[in-house]
Design a protein around this ligand. Sequence first.
Ligand SMILES: [Zn+2]
Length: 169
Amino acid sequence: MKEEYTIARICSNGHTQRIAVSKREVAFELVDINEVLGPQCGICHSITFSTSHEIPEIDLELLQEWSTNLDLYFMPQDEELLLADEKYLDMILEMLDSVQLPDHKRNVLMDALCVIVYDNTIEGNDKKDDQLKSRVISELVKRKEKLVLAEEWIMDYIKDVVYPQLEEK
Ligand SMILES: [Zn+2]
């Protein structure tokens, strides 16, 4: 598995500088490229940058660390969207069932499951996967108590699409 990731910054004059970081550092955004390289572009003296980084694949080790540490974030704001992916489904279920999670982390994981159902229901997604959706619906139904606890966390537009489908089961 890939262990080294790149963070890049481009100054307002178009100069690119890059640094290499570990998977853990990039996943949890632990390194600030502007702290590493200093406030000025290495080529001109610009102090205005846009930065970008590769998005690593989340593995069980990262998910376990994230799940139990409230100080760690995967790309804040979009954690449930990042995790709402079939490739993470088994790991998410494993975490939900095997570890005592902080409320916030458990809510994000439940929300990610709802987002998978949402994504595979709405119009405009050409790659809807009914089998995946049915599986996640049944996994949600099995964990209804956890879903109730996450209720305030999950956005209304997600609930409006997902909850009626749970009641049909
Ligand atoms: Zn520059």
